[in-house]
Design a binder for this molecule. Structure first.
Ligand code: ARG
Length: 571
C-alpha cells in the first residue's frame, strides 16, 4: 500500500539523518502521514519535523529540509516532495502510480482492496442476537447490518471470521410468557408471534398493578430451568414460532450467520462456571444470591446466580466466553450490541480476566445507538413496537417509486425495488458512525441525489451502461495520458480504497467505506456530466476513460459487497 511505502520512506530518511548525526530525535509513531485537506498540499503530508523541532527547540523548516535530503530518491511512486510552512513535508504521488492503481483494479477485480494482514488470525463476531418471543427489534436490525459488514470487512482483510448469532432463547421472559399463557388458558396450537408479543405486553401491564404476578413468572422460569415437561414444551413452541419469523427477516436482508449457539446451549456450562467461580473464590453470597465483587469496586457487582438458584444472563455470557476461547482460540471477539449493554459487557470482559481465561483486551464492544423515528424510542415492553418486516416491506414499496428505467417488466421492477429498498435501509445505518443515534428519514434514505444507497447504485448502473455501449468485454490495462481535472479527481480517489478498507477494519467503521464510495460516485458523475467517453477525441482517451469507468464500477461493487448490498445492471 502506498501509505505504507511513504511511511517507510520517511522512516528510512529519519534513520539515515540520525546516523549521520544531523538530527537527534527519532521517536516516531506508526503512521507518519495523512491526507491533507487541501489538494495543493499534496496527496500525503507529514508533520514529524514540527514535533522534532519542538522537542529539540530548533526550526521545523530546517528539520524538514534535513529529512527530505535524506529520503531515498529512487522510486517511481512519488512525483515531487515539497516543504511547506511551518514544517510540513508534502508528497505528491506520480501519474504512473495513479494509472498503475487503475490497472490493479482491472487485474484484481473483485479482490481489489483485499489483503492478508489478518492471515492466521481469528475473529468471532457476535451479532444480530434477537430474543425469542419478542419481536426482532430495530436494534437487532442495526446489529445484524453492522455485524455483517464488520464480518465482511475482516474476511476481506484475510481474517478467519466466525459469525455467531447469540439467540436469546432463555431467561425470565419465558416465565412471564408461560405464566400468561396458562392464566389466559391459551391453546398452544393457536400461538402466533403476534399473540406472544401481546401476552408479553399484557403481563407487564398487569404486573405494574399486582406484584404477585412477578412471583408467578419466577416460579415458571424456575420450573423451566429444572426441566419441567410442560414448561419445556411451551418454551419449544415459542422458540419455533420466533425462529420462523426471524428466518423471514434474514431472508429479506439476505443475511446468513455462520452459527447460532443460543443462550440455552450454555445452560449446563453456566452451572459449571459457577462452581469454578466458587473454587476460585471469585464470588460471595449476598442475600441468597451469588455475586462477583470487582477488585477495588471498580465496577458494580455482577450476579451469577439468583436467590432462587436460577442462572443469570451474566452467567450464560461467561460460559459463552469460555466456550469460544477454548473452541476457537480467537485473537479477537467482537460483540455488536446496543450501547445500553455497555456496562454489562465491561463487567463481563473484566470477569473473564478475573477467571484467568483471557485478557479483556481481546474483547471489543461495538455499541450501536438508538434509531429515532419522530422522536420515539422503540420498545417492546411498552407495546409501541415497530415491526421490522413492515419497515423492510415499506422500503421496497417506496423504492419502487424511484425506479427510473421505463422499459422494465413488473417482475423486474419488483426485483430491483427489493435490492434498492433493502440496500437503502442498510446503507442508511452503515453510513453513520455506529455509536450515535440514527434517524430514520425515508426522504433521506431514498434520495437519489444525496449520500444514499440508490445514488450509489444508480452510479453503478450508469457505469454499466457506458461499458455496455462501449461493447466492453474484458478490461485492458491502460496507459498514462494527460488527464483533465475530473479524471484527476477520480484517480486520486481510487488509490485510497485499500487504505480505507484497512482503516474501516481497524476502527470497526463501515461508515468510512460509505463516505469513500459516495465520494467516488460524486467524482465519477462530475466527470460523466462533463466529458464524452465513447465519443472521446482520441482512441487513447476513449480507452482511458473506459478503464476509469470500469475501475469506478468495480470499486463501487467491492464497496457495496462489503456493506452487504447488491448492485444492479439497471434501475
Ligand atoms: N439477546 C441480547 C439482546 O437482545 C443481545 C445479545 C448480545 N450478545 C451477547 N453475547 N450478549 O439484548
Amino acid at each position: 500500500m502506498i501509505e505504507e511505502k511513504i511511511n517507510n520512506l520517511i522512516k528510512q530518511g529519519i534513520e539515515s539523518a540520525r546516523d549521520d548525526g544531523k538530527i537527534t530525535e527519532f521517536e516516531i509513531s506508526e503512521i507518519l502521514v495523512e491526507h491533507p485537506a487541501q489538494e495543493n498540499f499534496g496527496d500525503y503530508s507529514c508533520a514529524i519535523a514540527m514535533k522534532f523541532a519542538k522537542i529539540a527547540k530548533t526550526n521545523p523548516m530546517e528539520i524538514a529540509k534535513i529529512i527530505v535530503d535524506y529520503l531515498p530518491k529512487n522510486n517511481d511512486f512519488i512525483k515531487k516532495i515539497e516543504i511547506a510552512k511551518p514544517g510540513f513535508i508534502n508528497f505528491f504521488v506520480s501519474e504512473q502510480f495513479l494509472v498503475e492503481e487503475v490497472n490493479k483494479v482491472i487485474i484484481q477485480g473483485h479482490k481489489y482492496g483485499s489483503s492478508d494482514i489478518g492471515k492466521n488470525k481469528t475473529v468471532i463476531i457476535d451479532y444480530s442476537s434477537p430474543n425469542i418471543a419478542k419481536s426482532f427489534g430495530i436494534g437487532h436490525l442495526r446489529s445484524t447490518i453492522i455485524g455483517q459488514a464488520i464480518y465482511n470487512i475482516y474476511k476481506f482483510l484475510g481474517w478467519k471470521c466466525i459469525g455467531d448469532n447469540y439467540l436469546g432463547d432463555w431467561g425470565t421472559q419465558f416465565g412471564k410468557l408461560i405464566y400468561q399463557i396458562k392464566k389466559d388458558k391459551i391453546l398452544l396450537k393457536d400461538l402466533t408471534i403476534e399473540k406472544l408479543e401481546k401476552l408479553y405486553v399484557k403481563f407487564h401491564k398487569n404486573a405494574e398493578k399486582n406484584l404477585e404476578i412477578e412471583q408467578g413468572a419466577r416460579d415458571w422460569f424456575k420450573k423451566l430451568e429444572q426441566g419441567d415437561k410442560e414448561a419445556k414444551k411451551i418454551w419449544q413452541i415459542c422458540v419455533n414460532i420466533s425462529l420462523k419469523e426471524f428466518e423471514k427477516i434474514y431472508k429479506l436482508l439476505d443475511v446468513k450467520i455462520d452459527y447460532c449457539f443460543a443462550e440455552s446451549f450454555y445452560l449446563k456450562m453456566s452451572r459449571e462456571i459457577i462452581d469454578e467461580a466458587i473454587d476460585k473464590k471469585l464470588v460471595v453470597k449476598s442475600e441468597g444470591a451469588l455475586i462477583i465483587k470487582y477488585p477495588k469496586n471498580e465496577l458494580p457487582v455482577a450476579m451469577l446466580l439468583k436467590s432462587d438458584s436460577a442462572t443469570t444472563y451474566f452467567a450464560r455470557n461467561l460460559a459463552q466466553a469460555k466456550y469460544r476461547l477454548e473452541k476457537y482460540n480467537p485473537d479477537l471477539i467482537v460483540y455488536e450490541v446496543g450501547v445500553d449493554q455497555t456496562l454489562f459487557l465491561k463487567q463481563l470482559f473484566s470477569a473473564v480476566e478475573l477467571f484467568g481465561w483471557a485478557k479483556k483486551e481481546k474483547f471489543v464492544h461495538i455499541a450501536h445507538g438508538l434509531v429515532r423515528w419522530k422522536d420515539k424510542k422503540f420498545s417492546t415492553r411498552k407495546g409501541d413496537t415497530i415491526h421490522l418486516e413492515q419497515v423492510l416491506n415499506q422500503a421496497i414499496v417506496k423504492a419502487k417509486k424511484i425506479i427510473k428505467n421505463k422499459n422494465l417488466s413488473e417482475k423486474e421492477k419488483q426485483k430491483i425495488a427489493e435490492t434498492v429498498g433493502i440496500g437503502a435501509v442498510k446503507y442508511n445505518d452503515l453510513s453513520q458512525y455506529h455509536n450515535i443515534d440514527i434517524v430514520f428519514d425515508w426522504d433521506k434514505i431514498l434520495n437519489l441525489k444525496g449520500n444514499s444507497c440508490p445514488y450509489i447504485q444508480y452510479t453503478f448502473t450508469r457505469c454499466q451502461s457506458v461499458l455496455e455501449k462501449a461493447k466492453f468485454r474484458k478490461a485492458k490495462k491502460t496507459k498514462i495520458i494527460e488527464f483533465n481535472q475530473e479524471e484527476n479527481a477520480i484517480l486520486r480517489t481510487i488509490y485510497k480504497f485499500p487504505e480505507i478498507i484497512e482503516k474501516a477494519g481497524e476502527s470497526f467503521s463501515p461508515n468510512l467505506i460509505c463516505n469513500f464510495v459516495f465520494d467516488l460516485s460524486q467524482k465519477y458523475n462530475a466527470f460523466y456530466d462533463k466529458h464524452k467517453i465513447i465519443k472521446a477525441d482520441t482512441i487513447e482517451q476513449k480507452e482511458f476513460r473506459i478503464a476509469l469507468t470500469f475501475a469506478t464500477s468495480q470499486i463501487i461493487k467491492n464497496s457495496l459487497n462489503l456493506l452487504g448490498i447488491s448492485t444492479l445492471k439497471k434501475m
